[in-house]
Structure formats: structure tokens, C-alpha cells
Design a protein around this ligand. Structure first.
Ligand SMILES: NCc1[nH]cc(CCC(=O)O)c1CC(=O)O
Length: 302
């Protein structure tokens, strides 16, 4: 049994995972059954996540089902999985990563937003990146699943918002204009689907190893090592994106910002196979070393 959150996006990702397992192992459709779990993050919709305790909100109830043996695997949006996980669990596989960019909804570009326009997001990263480019904009909290956020724009409650292209694509929603990663570096793990199981469950680990997308896995290891090493919380504006280049090396770019976007440090590193996590940690140390006190106050370091 596979554990998942019950949002339309989470269910689409769970079905994609079940289908990948069934196809790879030659099992009849429906062999992998799906167990829907409502997490605290799903129940509390009216506050920023940072206020109600951060990212474990999306994973805790799934972890309980997995550790208690109700499920054998959990499927997560990797972006929502805190960088420190219980040692009894392991991310054993990733599905091939989708479009890593954010999409702007409600305006053809950031430049085209009118002076003082109202942008809804509750991501500290998107807030800081946007204010860095457009300090005149008014950013306020917007939560809810993808459909809810699109409705809020359609109703005119906000002029614009950002949504991950990956989520929109997986739901078959062709809306918004992609913002390029050089302007708007995504969150660590964005667009990757992480499949977790118990670390001591060798049988499930082997079944998952067969569907693991190695370039995605290597890239996300670097991004998550970076996120872990900078420390920080769900209040901390952090971005990181790694890609595997033609020669098999990974190229990791990352950035830390102050909450209002007035300060910013960015850097990049390349790493050979096997060195992804060390490279992520080294880049974290470099950026923290170059960051001013306003950024350093938001991150704890490793
Ligand atoms: N924070 C919620 C969340 N978690 C993962 C995605 C999108 C899919 C992904 O990045 O894999 C989203 C929605 C969004 O940010 O637009």
C-alpha cells in the first residue's frame, strides 16, 4: 500500500508512482493500492505554514502510517519534504523530474505587473525573489491547493501569484507564464517526486531502486544537502537547483535572501558523481560565509 496526501496533485503523483511500479515489475494495474492521508497542512488552510510549525505538517501523518506498517511507501512532492528526515526512513527513488520553473499567473511577466500590484504567495522564497526585483509590489499570504489559488486570481482577490509549473502540468492546467531560473531559482526539490520507504525494508527498497531516475536523484541530493547545511526554517528564503550536465557532472546553483529581498547571496558549484552531497554542503558554507548578518540571522548553518 502506498501512502499519499489527498489533494488532486498528490493523487496524480501517487497514481504516476503506482503506474511506474506496475509497469516496471509487470504487475497488473491496481496491484499498488492507494491510501489517502489527511495531513495537518491539509487541515489548516488559513495561515502561513511557517506560523503553524513548518514542513513536517505535510509528512507527519504519512510517516506514522509508514513507520506503523499501514503503508510500505509514501509519495511526496519533494519540495515539501523537510531536509532532515527520521533516520528510520529513506527516500529510495525519484520519478523523472518535471519542469522546474515557477509560473506567474495573472500577468505575462513580472515587469508587466502594475506599480503596487497585489501578489499572493506564502512562500518566503518567492516573496523575497519578487521583492528583490520589484520592491514596490504588495505581497500577502495565499494558501490552498492549486485550484483554489487559480480561483483566487480569477476572482480578482490578487493580481498575480506563482505556482510551480510541475504541479500545473501534472494536473493538465495550461496557465501562466514560466519565469526563467536565472531570475527565479526554484525551491530545493521542486518538480521532483520523492518516494520514501522504511530504511530496513530491503524488499521495498529493491522494488523502488528499479524505478529510480538517477539524474533526478543526484540533482536532488545536492539541493537537499545544501538546504540541510544552511539550516534555516520554513521562514528562510532559500533556492537551489542542480542539473546533470552532458559529462555527467552536476551543476548546482543556489541562493539565500533576506525576507524582503534587499540582501542576496548566490553561488554555484560543479561536482562529480558521488560528490553531490559534499558539494551541496560546501556551497552552503561558502554562501553563509559571504552572507550579511540579515541573511545569516535567518539560517543556522550545519
Ligand atoms: N508548496 C506546495 C507545492 N508542493 C509542490 C508543488 C508543485 C509541484 C512540485 O514542485 O513538485 C506545490 C505547489 C506550488 O508550489 O505551486
Amino acid at each position: 500500500m502506498l501512502g499519499t496526501r489527498a489533494s488532486p496533485l498528490a493523487l496524480a503523483q501517487a497514481h504516476a508512482t503506482a503506474a511506474a511500479l506496475e509497469e516496471t515489475h509487470g504487475w497488473p494495474a491496481g496491484t499498488v493500492s492507494i491510501f489517502e492521508v489527511r495531513t495537518t497542512g491539509d487541515k489548516v488552510q488559513d495561515r502561513a505554514l511557517a506560523e503553524i510549525g513548518g514542513k513536517a505538517l505535510w509528512t507527519k501523518e504519512l510517516d506514522i502510517a509508514l513507520l506503523g506498517g499501514t503503508t510500505r511507501l509514501s509519495v511526496h512532492s519533494c519540495k515539501d519534504v523537510e531536509s532532515e528526515r527520521p533516520s528510520e526512513l529513506v527516500i529510495a527513488a525519484f520519478l523523472p523530474r518535471a519542469d522546474v520553473r515557477d509560473r506567474l499567473i495573472g500577468s505575462p511577466s513580472i515587469e508587466a505587473l502594475s506599480q503596487g500590484a497585489k501578489v499572493g504567495t506564502s512562500s518566503p522564497r518567492r516573496t523575497a525573489q519578487l521583492l528583490r526585483m520589484r520592491p514596490d509590489l504588495q505581497v500577502s499570504i495565499m494558501r490552498g491547493n492549486v485550484a483554489t489559488r487559480l480561483n483566487r486570481i480569477a476572482e480578482g482577490a490578487y493580481d498575480a501569484t506563482f505556482l510551480a509549473a510541475a504541479g500545473l502540468d501534472r494536473l493538465g492546467i495550461d496557465e501562466g507564464c514560466a519565469v526563467e531560473t536565472q531570475d527565479f531559482l526554484p525551491a530545493p526539490g521542486q518538480a521532483a517526486i520523492a518516494i520514501e520507504c522504511r530504511a530496513d525494508d530491503e524488499e521495498t527498497r529493491a522494488l523502488l531502486a528499479a524505478i529510480d531516475h538517477v539524474p533526478t536523484h543526484r540533482a536532488v541530493l545536492a539541493e537537499r544537502a545544501f538546504a540541510r547545511a544552511v539550516g534555516g526554517s520554513c521562514h528562510s528564503p532559500v533556492a537551489a537547483l542542480a542539473v546533470v550536465e552532458g559529462d555527467e557532472r552536476i551543476w548546482l546553483r543556489a541562493e539565500l535572501l533576506s525576507s524582503d529581498g534587499t540582501s542576496h547571496v548566490a553561488g554555484e558549484v560543479r561536482a562529480e558523481a558521488g560528490d553531490e552531497e559534499a558539494a551541496g554542503a560546501a556551497l552552503a558554507e561558502e554562501l553563509l560565509g559571504r552572507a550579511g548578518p540579515d541573511i545569516r540571522a535567518l539560517f543556522t548553518g550545519s
